[in-house]
Design a protein around this ligand. Structure first.
Ligand SMILES: *[C@@H]1O[C@H](CO)[C@@H](O)[C@H](O)[C@H]1NC(C)=O
Ligand SMILES: *[C@@H]1O[C@H](CO)[C@@H](O)[C@H](O)[C@H]1NC(C)=O
Ligand SMILES: *[C@@H]1O[C@H](CO)[C@@H](O)[C@H](O)[C@H]1NC(C)=O
Ligand SMILES: *[C@@H]1O[C@H](CO)[C@@H](O)[C@H](O)[C@H]1NC(C)=O
Ligand SMILES: *[C@@H]1O[C@H](CO)[C@@H](O)[C@H](O)[C@H]1NC(C)=O
Ligand SMILES: *[C@@H]1O[C@H](CO)[C@@H](O)[C@H](O)[C@H]1NC(C)=O
Ligand SMILES: *[C@@H]1O[C@H](CO)[C@@H](O)[C@H](O)[C@H]1NC(C)=O
Length: 284
């Protein structure tokens, strides 16, 4: 019985060998693997990338052909079983894929095809623009701050800051739309310089916006930081975003002040009251 098993095993080994071998004694190629030498599929415009195409087994020499969208890009001959390296430059959106390669030798003249591979074009973020549609603000008024990066791969995560303190949880935008927070003007004054920061999946790529000032008319009534966000977001620590998104909506107050651009009809009424106080709170 044991002997029979050995026989059967040997036979299977042999027939496998026969399948892989053709009349001229050359071994057929295994399906090649197509890989990015850079190990990442995220690329930026004008980046040079190398694609490695390699069959693990088969008799050399091997001819490797690279295809993009099923169209031949180039051909390389390898005298041995070392990988073929195709060097490309990403010049346009169509250069990101889909790539495949083919390996051929005498025993597999039809060619063996690899996996397909697509790059993802990651565009670095452009400096976001922080703006507010309202230049005038009155006590009890809601105003908004908008932050938008014109360029950069989506999704983009925005955080709003007053000075170095974040005043919003990270707002992740999957569309090319501004992140918006609401500021409810209720009281006090504050020398706040507002900024926002935008980041996307491009590594280490975050950018701060222009500063946006709400004009200061008086000394701070309160300096307590009561946005519900107890520590500043570390610019280097993208992971801390997760924690901040768990925080409940802001309920307590923080004071800021706004430039008061009074119209003629308001002058008399406001003459005795030069300061507008405000409360900051965040929307989603
Ligand atoms: C990319 O390759 C091209 C041509 O091989 C070369 O001229 C260029 O300097 C390379 N660019 C970078 C960023 O290495
Ligand atoms: C691609 O670049 C590598 C080194 O970066 C080089 O060894 C290889 O020969 C190049 N391939 C071609 C086809 O020029
Ligand atoms: C590459 O993109 C093409 C077309 O969008 C898609 O059909 C294919 O499945 C993708 N391949 C991989 C490995 O993601
Ligand atoms: C965004 O990209 C366009 C086209 O590449 C360019 O003209 C524009 O200046 C860019 N905007 C910013 C803010 O970088
Ligand atoms: C300001 O906006 C908030 C949130 O949208 C809303 O709850 C509040 O009632 C608004 N206040 C005024 C005075 O419009
Ligand atoms: C990204 O930032 C980290 C920490 O600040 C730094 O160690 C690393 O070298 C940076 N990587 C790149 C590609 O700039
Ligand atoms: C905002 O105010 C700060 C201090 O009050 C000042 O240094 C800065 O230049 C102002 N920025 C703008 C954009 O007005």
């Amino acid at each position: 019985m044991f002997f029979l098993t050995i026989l059967l095993f040997s036979y299977l080994q042999m027939s496998h060998q026969i399948q892989k071998t053709t009349a001229n004694g050359k071994e057929m190629l295994s399906n090649p693997r197509l890989m990015s030498v850079q190990r990442t599929l995220n690329v930026v415009m004008n980046q040079n990338v190398s694609l490695s195409c390699h069959s693990d087994s088969g008799s050399p020499p091997v001819t490797y052909t690279l295809f993009k969208h099923n169209q031949k890009v180039s051909t390389l001959n390898r005298p041995d079983l070392t990988p073929a390296l195709f060097n490309l430059t990403i010049n346009s959106a169509s250069d990101v894929g889909e790539y495949k390669c083919k390996a051929e030798n005498k025993a597999s003249s039809d060619g063996k095809y690899s996996n397909s591979l697509n790059f993802t074009l990651i565009e670095p973020i452009s400096k976001p623009v922080l703006s507010s549609p309202t230049s005038q603000a009155k006590k009890g008024q809601n105003v908004t701050l908008s932050c938008l990066s014109e360029n950069g791969s989506l999704p983009i995560t925005y955080v709003f800051f007053k000075g170095k303190q974040n005043i919003s949880p990270p707002v992740k935008m999957h569309k090319r739309e501004a992140a918006v927070i609401f500021l409810y003007i209720s009281s006090s004054s504050d020398f706040g310089t507002y900024k926002c920061r935008a980041g996307n999946s491009f590594r280490n790529n975050t950018k701060y916006s222009n500063s946006f000032n709400f004009t200061v008319a008086e000394k701070l009534k309160s300096t307590r930081s009561s946005t519900g966000l107890t520590s500043p977001v570390n610019a280097e620590d993208a992971e801390s975003y997760v924690i901040y998104t768990e925080i409940e909506p802001v309920t307590s107050e923080e004071y800021v002040n706004f430039p008061i651009i009074r119209r003629e009809d308001e002058k008399a009424e406001k003459a005795a009251c030069p300061t507008v106080y405000s409360t900051v709170f965040t929307g989603d």
